[in-house]
Design a protein around this ligand. Structure first.
Ligand code: NAP
Length: 251
């Protein structure tokens, strides 16, 4: 019997890849979504007795995201004790000052990945699990950037602020139905995204040297540590009671 079903976006790299390994447990059915698949994860899941399905999809393509959300909803097992959706995939691009933010395709890609795909997956996930005698948890990986403005991150900050407010609305609306929501900032983590940040144009991103310093002085959190803390957070009895949260509050 499947004890737990976990749907995780952005599992091919960074925080998501580390989290996938934390969540691959016996009795878990793990469904991952990213553009690329991870052959090492397949081997790890097999060794753990985890049923793994890796779906290759570009979640910034709303048609593809709509189709994959629908397909997921019809394929979820009905007998699990817990259903978890982790919306982790995200992008920090485009990094640009507001007066130069004129690339509509890049802006749309970020909005689609960071916000629209989350809404599409969540809606289908809720519909597919409604009425089941099961624990249902939706974890959105947000950012401090959604809570504090950062020059050069007009798009990124706006998408993460949108994710936070969407999570608040979802909690208000869906509480009675038993689904629990959290929008969680993971801290500053040593992933490819930080590499993208460090390669930003200093004219577009004035905080560049701060992020370079965090890296050179070893102050970035390790993805495995952050993933372990997020995995523990997912188990909390009070999950959902603080819908806007930060993993750094749980040292
Ligand atoms: P990352 O290393 O850049 O990994 C991003 C993940 O998202 C990858 O698995 C990537 O897979 C997937 N992804 C990107 N574009 C996608 C697309 N179009 N369709 C489907 N999947 C896509 O990022 P990370 O640092 O682990 O970040 C994970 C989450 O944490 C993000 O939401 C980010 O905003 C948030 N966060 C990170 C930090 C940090 O310091 N790292 C800080 C605050 C918040 P593919 O490339 O294979 O598609």
């Amino acid at each position: 019997m499947t004890k737990s079903v976990v749907v995780l976006t952005g599992a091919s790299r960074g925080i998501g890849a580390a989290l996938a390994r934390q969540l691959a447990k016996p009795g878990t059915r793990l469904i991952t979504l990213a553009r690329r698949q991870d052959s090492d994860l397949a081997a790890h899941a097999a060794a753990q007795g985890t049923e793994l399905e890796q779906i290759a999809v570009d979640l910034s393509d709303t048609a593809a995201a709509t189709a994959v959300a629908a397909r997921l909803a019809t394929s979820l097992p009905r007998d699990a004790k817990r259903y978890v959706l982790i919306n982790n995939a995200g992008t920090v691009s485009p990094v640009s000052s507001v007066d130069a933010l004129d690339d509509a395709a890049a802006i749309n890609q970020a909005l689609n990945l960071n916000v629209v795909a989350v809404m599409l997956l969540t809606s289908r996930f809720l519909a597919a699990t409604r009425g089941l005698q099961a624990d249902r948890r939706i974890l959105n990986i947000s950012s401090g950037a959604g809570r504090n403005p950062t020059a050069g991150w007009g798009v990124y900050c706006a998408t993460k602020a949108a994710l936070d407010m969407y999570t608040r609305v979802a909690k208000q609306e869906q509480d009675a139905d038993g689904a629990k929501f959290v929008s969680l900032a993971p801290g500053v983590v040593d992933t490819d995204m930080q590499g993208v940040i460090r390669s930003s144009d200093p004219d577009a991103f004035p905080a560049l040297s701060r992020f370079q310093d965090l890296h050179s002085t070893g102050k970035l959190a390790a993805p495995t540590d952050v993933a372990a803390r997020i995995a523990a957070y997912l188990e909390r009895d009070d999950f959902g009671s603080t819908e806007i949260d930060d993993i750094r509050n749980y040292n």
